[in-house]
Ligand binder design. Structure first.
Ligand code: CA
Length: 238
């Protein structure tokens, strides 16, 4: 899967792929027409499943995402896009109240539009986003691992939508691992990061807190979020 990571590049209209995820045929048609007329390459799908399939073949530069889709909630897709790519996301909803509510959340959407809106407005929003170079990448945004979500800003962790109370140490351990989820951290690295370089003590303390962290975030009968790498240390279990 090709993911646009060259943050400084501002795509020109002609090499910009837009994925439109919309199940209402009349709106899908209108949006496809105006965006195509404006010079964008547009793929149009009407379900979450088709959106995922389309993104796995080629990551778009920008996604116009309707929230109410026949096979699920567009917000799940929004999170997953933000997790895997730098694609811009414009969330579309038929209910202004819903959009107002969503603006308060850090879902990774770059813009919101309430239906109905004109084709001209859609194109203007798309152009405005593409002019804005994406330099922040995923930093500071919620990190989503399936049912587990860690928000580095609010220092909140939820599992299956339910907030989990973690101690400062437990949160920092999870925060450290989730910032580089593929990296295996040694106990010493975790001590340095979480306890600080001036902490002198048995690195067994890491195991104790990891065990407590697992008790709080792991779900019964599911694999642990924390992977023990024998003889080395810990990482996220992906
Ligand atoms: Ca819809």
């Amino acid at each position: 899967m090709e993911i646009a990571t060259d943050c400084g590049r501002i795509p020109t209209v002609t090499d910009t792929d837009v994925l439109l995820v919309e199940d209402a045929p009349e709106f899908a048609q209108l949006a496809t027409n105006v965006l195509t007329d404006a010079g964008y390459r547009v793929r149009t799908v009407s379900t979450l499943a088709d959106a995922l399939a389309s993104m796995s073949s080629a990551m778009p530069d920008l996604v116009v995402l309707d929230l109410g889709l026949p096979d699920g909630d567009g917000l799940d897709l929004c999170r997953s896009i933000r997790e895997h790519s730098n694609a811009y996301v414009i969330v579309v909803s038929g209910r202004s109240g819903e959009v107002d509510k969503l603006k308060g959340f850090r879902l990774g959407a770059d813009d919101f539009l309430v239906k109905p809106f004109s084709g001209r407005e859609l194109v203007a929003r798309v152009e405005a986003l593409l002019r804005r170079p994406r330099t922040d990448s995923a930093e500071g945004l919620p990190r989503v691992f399936g049912d587990l979500v860690l928000d580095p800003h609010s220092r909140e962790v939820t599992v299956q939508g339910v907030k989990v109370d973690l101690t400062r140490i437990e949160f920092d351990l999870l925060e450290t691992m989730s910032a580089n989820p593929k990296l295996v951290f040694t106990r010493q690295q975790l001590l340095d990061k979480v306890w600080g370089p001036n902490w002198f003590g048995d690195d067994h303390v890491v195991d104790v807190h990891m065990a407590n962290l697992r008790k709080k975030v792991d779900v019964a009968d599911q694999k642990s979020w924390v992977r023990t790498v024998r003889g080395v240390g810990y990482s996220m279990a992906l």
